[in-house]
Design a binder for this molecule. Structure first.
Ligand code: ADP
Ligand code: MG
Length: 688
């Protein structure tokens, strides 16, 4: 047999398992940190640094202060302690200024690796113990590259059994391979902004030569992150604008007619938003607008006004809702608003029987239906539109880019897009993550809305709170109880909600057992509808629901929103639940039940009590818990590692540079390296 070896240089794309000292077990641990290849390892940046960068002359070492010293070993020896039989290694270090005693416990091997005459760094704290003694310091021979001491030492995010100390030499070993990482920032930009090169920045961020170099490295890496994000967003925006959508001309009498027929006066914010949308519809560039507004701010009416306009101009609209309950509710509202104008509205759900679906499909294809409202069922293969003009999506995060592309193919021209959301998006996020969106904000509630009194309920206050709930029910009001998902296996929260229902019926309100109902995502559409009908008729006093089946339900008689395990929810989400009550004439309450009594949790929840604005709560949550918690990391497919999302100046500058690059080369045809780096954003923006 010949020994055939393919000899090649190691590549950054090689698996980490190829590195010496990485066992199967460590490989699994690394993968928990998201590290599979050497590239991943290089791009696994430290979370922070310990500063051992200044070397102190021995004469200046003070007790109790973390210090790094460089000295020669004058003497070293090992012995056992008399009483506890501990191995003790003692050394005397000296430099030009003086001498220092150093002691290591239980590291007898040190006498073999360190010898008299060696020059070493030690880093640690000295104690006064019959003279200054440094105990168990980190150490490093001067002849070697200083790795663990004598500089800014990187501290990494750690996982069980995988420490920074373990990671450091592994990363240091592959640092020379950073040269293989592509430089994807244009050369001209690098020079003009005097940014550090990518390979150098990666090396410096792991092993900074100085605090100044570290800052430059971070500056470069933050810029690169924000820049790529902006290029992706701008490209998506340009690609969209290059297509041509149906033109829905603005027609003043139509707009006036709609507003006049409403049973209430639009708020100012609603009027402005509607105006912006109608302007967009009148342009051939496809609209991509986000309509943001707190729960109950009246987004649906604004959307209905746009759909009415489209219908008047002879175009069809669709309204996509995340759940059947919400789709039904939207259909009721929109039909109620548009029936007087003779606009046909159809409801299409997953549960719609085939016998009804077929004629509906035909009517959509022939233009016989002006407005189709429904769930994912509307995205199915066989459904086509004759002249689709506008697509409204309620709560976009449930619909991905895939679904949007599916809709685009259902009509000759790409429709205008309007997304409604109650999840507020802080301003900087609007420019980054949503860089391809125009935003309208309804920041005003219709007059006469009750502020919802919010309270934290600790375990010992539970009975009292139930007493309060009982009083509300006795006064004829209704109550929502929201249950969190506790076990991972209980994906829809069905078990959690069912257990809550049983507890309330058996232990808390046995006398009301008949009037306590349950709603969750596993129920058949007909069952859910039956439950909701009982709620609307007031037969149900307490409705237990999972957070998955969001209570996107309008029940003016409901006055209490009780949330179990409140700590498990995001603040903006709690705020949305709260917005489900306080819609009628009676005072409304939100009770946040929590068993976690640590101050941090209580303080976080306290924010829901002190803040009434969903925007502020979202921003607080974003700072406290990061983006993943607020918007669902997986949905967006990225997380900023270095760049600060709140750094408005960075966002702006990255945006300007992205514009400049795309103005010169709109498709990045001449910059395949940068193009390749956009791939990770394909799921975020509809990049073609
Ligand atoms: P959102 O979807 O923003 O949570 P909706 O559109 O469902 O809010 O509106 C909530 C309720 O407020 C609905 O019953 C709606 O009819 C009502 N509403 C909307 N706009 C106004 C307004 N300007 N004045 C009074 N009530 C309004
Ligand atoms: Mg709504």
């Amino acid at each position: 047999m010949s020994r055939l070896h393919v000899v090649r240089d190691p590549s950054v794309d090689d698996p980490v398992a190829n590195l010496p000292g990485v066992s199967d077990k460590t490989e699994a641990k690394l993968s928990r940190l998201g590290i599979a290849t050497i590239r991943d390892l290089l791009l696994f940046f430290p979370r922070r640094y310990e500063d051992f960068s200044t070397i102190t002359p021995i004469a200046f070492v003070r007790p109790g202060v973390k210090t790094t010293v460089r000295g020669r070993i004058y003497d070293i020896g090992a012995h056992q302690t008399k009483y506890k039989k501990m191995a003790l290694t003692e050394a005397v270090l000296g430099d030009d200024s003086g001498t220092l005693r150093v002691v290591w416990f239980n590291q007898p091997w040190l006498v073999k690796s360190l010898q008299k005459g060696d020059e070493i760094f030690v880093a640690g704290e000295a104690d006064l113990n019959g003279g200054l003694v440094m105990k168990n310091p980190d150490h490093e021979k001067v002849s070697l590259r200083p790795q663990n001491v004598a500089r800014l030492v990187p501290i990494y995010r750690e996982t069980e059994g995988l420490t920074s100390k373990w990671l450091r030499p592994k990363i240091q070993r592959v640092l020379p391979m950073a040269d293989q990482l592509d430089e994807f920032l244009p050369a001209e930009l690098l020079t003009r902004r005097s940014l550090m090169g990518r390979a150098e920045a990666v090396r410096q961020v792991h092993y900074p030569a100085s605090a100044v170099r570290l800052d430059r490295a971070k500056e470069r890496l933050a810029f690169e992150e924000m820049f790529v994000l902006q290029v992706a967003a701008q490209m998506a925006k340009r690609a969209r604008k290059a297509r041509s959508a149906p033109v829905v001309p603005f027609d003043e009498p139509t707009a006036r007619g709609f507003v006049k027929a409403l049973p209430f006066k639009l708020t100012n914010a609603q009027r402005v938003a509607a105006w912006q949308i109608l302007q967009d519809l009148a342009c051939p560039e496809p609209m991509n607008r986000l309509l943001e507004g707190d729960v109950g701010s009246g987004k649906t009416v604004v959307a209905a006004m746009a759909m009415h306009h489209a219908a008047h101009a002879g175009f069809q609209s669709v309204l996509l809702a995340p759940t059947e309950i919400l789709a039904r509710q939207h259909a009721d509202v929109v039909e109620g608003l548009l029936r007087p104008f003779g606009v046909t509205v159809a409801l299409l759900l997953g549960s719609t029987p085939a016998a009804q679906r077929e004629p509906m499909r035909e009517a959509l294809g022939s233009g016989g239906i002006a407005i189709a409202i429904g769930t994912h069922a509307l995205l199915e293969e066989g459904i086509r539109f004759q002249r689709l003009g506008l697509c409204v999506v309620d709560e976009q995060h449930r619909f991905g880019v895939q679904q949007r592309l599916a809709l685009r193919g259902k009509s000759e021209r790409p429709p205008h897009f309007l997304t409604m959301t109650a999840t507020p998006i802080p301003r900087t996020l609007g420019l980054t993550l949503y860089g391809d969106l125009d935003i309208s904000v309804i920041d005003e509630l219709p007059v006469g809305r009750q502020p919802v009194e919010t309270r934290l309920v600790k375990p010992e206050e539970r009975d009292e709170a139930y007493g309060f709930v009982r009083g509300q029910i006795a006064a004829g009001r209704q109550v929502f109880v929201i249950c969190p998902i506790i076990q991972e296996s209980d994906k829809l929260g069905v078990r959690s909600a069912t257990a809550e229902l049983e507890k309330l019926r058996a232990e808390v309100f046995p006398d009301l057992a008949e009037r306590i109902a349950l709603i969750h995502g596993r129920l058949k559409a007909a069952q859910r509808e039956a439950v909701m009908a009982r709620v609307q008729r007031g037969e149900v006093a307490i409705l237990v629901a999972t957070s998955v089946v969001e209570v996107g339900i309008d029940v003016p008689n409901a006055t209490v929103m009780l949330i179990e395990g409140a700590e498990r929810f995001g603040l903006a989400q709690l705020h949305q639940f709260r917005g489900r009550v306080g819609r009628g004439a009676h005072a409304a309450f939100c009770l946040l039940f929590t068993d976690l009594e640590d101050p941090e949790n209580l303080q976080r929840l306290q924010a829901v009590i002190t803040h009434r604005s969903g925007f502020e709560l979202a921003e607080i949550d974003l700072r406290l818990r990061g983006m993943g918690e607020l918007y669902g990391e997986r949905q967006h497919g990225f997380d900023l590692k270095v760049a600060d999302l709140f750094d408005l100046q960075l966002v702006r500058e990255a945006q300007d540079e992205a514009q400049r690059v795309l103005d010169a080369d709109p498709t990045l045809a001449h910059d395949p390296v940068l193009r390749r780096h956009l791939t990770s954003y394909r799921r975020v923006f509809a990049l073609d």
